[in-house]
Write a protein of this length. Sequence first.
Length: 133
Amino acid sequence: MAMETCSVIVALLLMGIVKSHTDEACETLPSEIHIIKFDELGRLARTCNGDIGVNKCEGACTSLVQPSVTTPTGFLKECYCCRESFLRERVVTLTHCYDPDGIRLEKEGVGTMDVKLREPTDCKCFKCGEYSR
C-alpha cells in the first residue's frame, strides 16, 4: 500500500469517517444490583433489600465526525449510543425486611416485599437523543 493511501486512511479513521464493524459492541448483559426499598406509606415502617439479577445495556457504538461547510463548527457530528430498544416490566421479591430498629421481620405479609422494575430486553445503537419508544 502506498504511503499516501495509508495516511489518508489514518486521517479518515481519526475523523471517524471510516466505520468498522468491530466498533459496535452494544449488547444486553446480565448484571446484579442491590435494591433497598422503603415502605410506601410515607413513614418508615420497614425497609427491605436484596440482590437481584437484571439486564443492562453496555458497549460502544460507532459515532461519526466529518468536515462540513454547512455547520457553524465546521464538523458534522453523529453520535450513537448503546441503549435499550425495549423495556420489560417484572416483579421481584425482596426477602430481607427490617423494622425501623433494624430487627429482621419474618412474619408473613411483612417479611417480604414485591417491587416492580423495568429492565432492557434488547440493546441496540441509537442516535443519541432519539428514543425508540
